[in-house]
Ligand binder design. Structure first.
Ligand code: SF4
Length: 100
């Protein structure tokens, strides 16, 4: 899977604190899931100022993070809680709350 600019803009650049312009070849489990399950236009529903509340954390941990290549070594949120989760986490939490 190669990262596409339109998805980078909508997921990583818009919501991810880990985003680095020069590292566009890296993508996490949340990115993969969103690209496979959502339409690009869906992302417009997420408010720019959406604030995560971790209410969907169990589902995201079990279904997304455990399959993420950064889970073991690379996600400071999962390793130590010293940073917020990735941008895809934010997007998935929003849609989980909206659609369930
Ligand atoms: S929160 Fe961390 S482990 Fe979970 S999908 Fe995002 S980068 Fe991967």
């Amino acid at each position: 899977m190669k990262k596409e600019k339109r998805w980078i803009e909508g997921i990583c650049k818009a919501y991810c604190t880990f985003y680095k312009e020069e590292k566009t070849e890296l993508y996490c489990g949340a990115y993969r899931f969103i690209v496979s399950e959502f339409r690009e236009d869906d992302l417009k529903e997420v408010p720019d100022d959406y604030w995560i509340d971790y209410s969907q954390d169990d589902w995201i941990l079990n279904n997304i993070c455990h399959r993420c290549e950064f889970f073991i070594d690379g996600c400071e949120f999962r390793q130590s809680g010293s940073s917020p989760p990735c941008g895809g986490y934010t997007i998935l939490e929003f849609f989980r709350k909206k659609r369930t």
